[in-house]
Write a protein that binds this ligand. Structure first.
Ligand SMILES: NC(=O)c1ccc[n+]([C@@H]2O[C@H](COP(=O)([O-])OP(=O)(O)OC[C@H]3O[C@@H](n4cnc5c(N)ncnc54)[C@H](O)[C@@H]3O)[C@@H](O)[C@H]2O)c1
Ligand SMILES: O=P(O)(O)OC[C@H](O)CO
Length: 389
């Protein structure tokens, strides 16, 4: 396990508010360091610091109006842009497609996703060029809603690489990430991808939001609760205030790694429950799979250095329960259609949207093999997707 940690250069610190670099000789070091695996207790929760979760009270005065740039105009990016626009912020939504930008600004509709929804007029679409240094300087918040991994390329990494020369490093905006996945080839979480591409100072400024949150329901103002975590709790609090509304509740914590892992792993277990449903198994089976999935993701997360309690919260069991039990989930749908006998390639081609569990299952397989964690469900899903069953 230590070998794994060193290869990946990830060490979880006991003080989650700081990021350290291992080797001060590497001045431009972009590696995020956490507590050494050798100091981790992989089975017991008692030695792990408990992230502080606090219920954020609804602010008595609305948060100041922020300038927010949302990167990614898919289901989740446009749904969150809508929520923020309706919360009176000035929202800019970047898309890499010129046609989208033109269409959205004319009709306030998304031609590809959430097609029935009329979006907030506080949103202005921008692109397809990568946002300039000047425009980035004016932003209080950058919200990344781009998938971790495309079918062939690492989409989040690609965007960060292009964007990073344009950051105003003296005056960083709040950086918020909502993607839920593990990069296939590197097995990196987003916090590591940010550190790799932009450096540890920018990784320190990152905040993560995760929890049971279908875009389709958020645009209809269905009450939704999410967890918000960053290495410094003040940033998580700031992000919460920007998003918080009576129908959109944010709970802050300080276990970004646990939150990220929970969000990524639940997608793999949703493929498993979808598969069982597609094969004709009933409620007992699904409940058993969700419960064993929760045990498995907690085991993997704990071995990774995350707090097991994070998996008991909104980003863990909350999102696992949602995703594993609803056909609204794309990951569940992939599993369901596999269970009905459709080939994976056809499902991916026709799904029309990302199902991060498919690529995450591949990255996760390497992680569980190297860490030697017992994960029969994740192994089974990997075998089904990539080894012909
Ligand atoms: N949809 C939801 O309900 C939901 C909820 C919570 C979290 N998420 C997570 O948010 C992330 C985005 O999901 P989504 O539902 O919006 O996906 P989506 O498939 O609906 O949209 C993805 C968007 O990203 C854009 N994109 C893809 N590759 C890109 C690249 N290289 N550069 C720039 N843009 C690129 C696409 O053009 C598209 O607009 C995923 O990690 C997902 O797990 C989604
Ligand atoms: O449609 P899915 O399976 O990507 O799930 C969407 C969200 O992650 C649910 O919280």
């Amino acid at each position: 396990m230590l070998r794994y940690a060193l290869r990946r250069n990830i060490i979880v610190t006991h003080k989650p508010t700081k990021l350290y670099t291992r080797d001060t000789r590497i001045t431009s070091c972009s590696v995020v360091f956490f507590r050494p695996f050798s100091q981790r207790n992989t089975h017991s929760s008692t030695s792990l610091s408990t992230p502080k979760f606090s219920m954020l009270s609804v602010p008595s005065t609305p948060p100041p109006k922020s300038k927010i740039l949302v990167l990614g105009a898919g289901n989740f990016g446009s749904c969150l842009a809508d929520h923020l626009g309706n919360s009176d912020h000035d929202v800019f939504m970047w898309s890499r497609e010129a046609q989208f930008v033109e269409y959205f600004n004319k009709h306030h509709r998304n031609p590809d996703y959430l097609k029935d929804h009329h979006f907030s007029t506080n949103i202005h679409a921008v692109g397809p060029e990568i946002p300039s240094k000047e425009s980035m300087k004016q932003m209080d918040v950058l919200l990344f809603a781009i998938p971790t991994q495309g079918i062939r390329i690492e989409t989040n990494r690609e965007t960060l690489i292009k964007l990073q020369p344009n950051f105003d490093r003296e005056n960083l905006p709040l950086l918020i990430f909502v993607n839920k996945g593990i990069e296939t080839d590197t097995q990196a979480l987003t916090l590591e991808i940010i550190a790799d591409t932009c450096g540890s100072a920018i990784a320190r400024a990152a905040t993560f939001i995760s929890g049971p949150s279908f875009a389709k329901e958020i645009v209809r103002r269905q009450p939704t609760s999410v967890s918000v975590a960053s290495l410094t709790e003040s940033q998580a609090k700031k992000a919460s205030e920007i998003f918080h509304q009576p129908w959109f509740r944010c709970y802050t914590g300080s276990d970004p790694i646990g939150l990220e892992l929970a969000g990524a792993l639940k997608n793999v277990y949703a493929i498993a429950t979808g598969l069982a449903d597609g094969l004709g198994f009933e409620n007992n089976t699904r409940a058993g799979l969700i419960t064993r999935g929760l045990a498995e993701m907690t085991r993997i997360g704990t071995a990774y250095g995350a707090s097991p309690l994070t998996f008991m919260g909104l980003a863990g069991v909350g999102d696992l329960f949602l995703t594993c039990s609803s056909p609204t989930s794309r990951n569940y749908t992939v599993g369901y259609r596999l269970g009905k006998g459709e080939p994976l390639e056809d499902i991916i081609k026709t799904l029309g949207s990302v199902a991060e569990g498919v690529t995450t299952a591949k990255g996760l397989k390497k992680i569980i093999d190297e860490m030697q964690v017992s994960a029969p469900l994740a192994n089974g899903i990997y075998a089904l997707l990539y080894e012909g069953g």
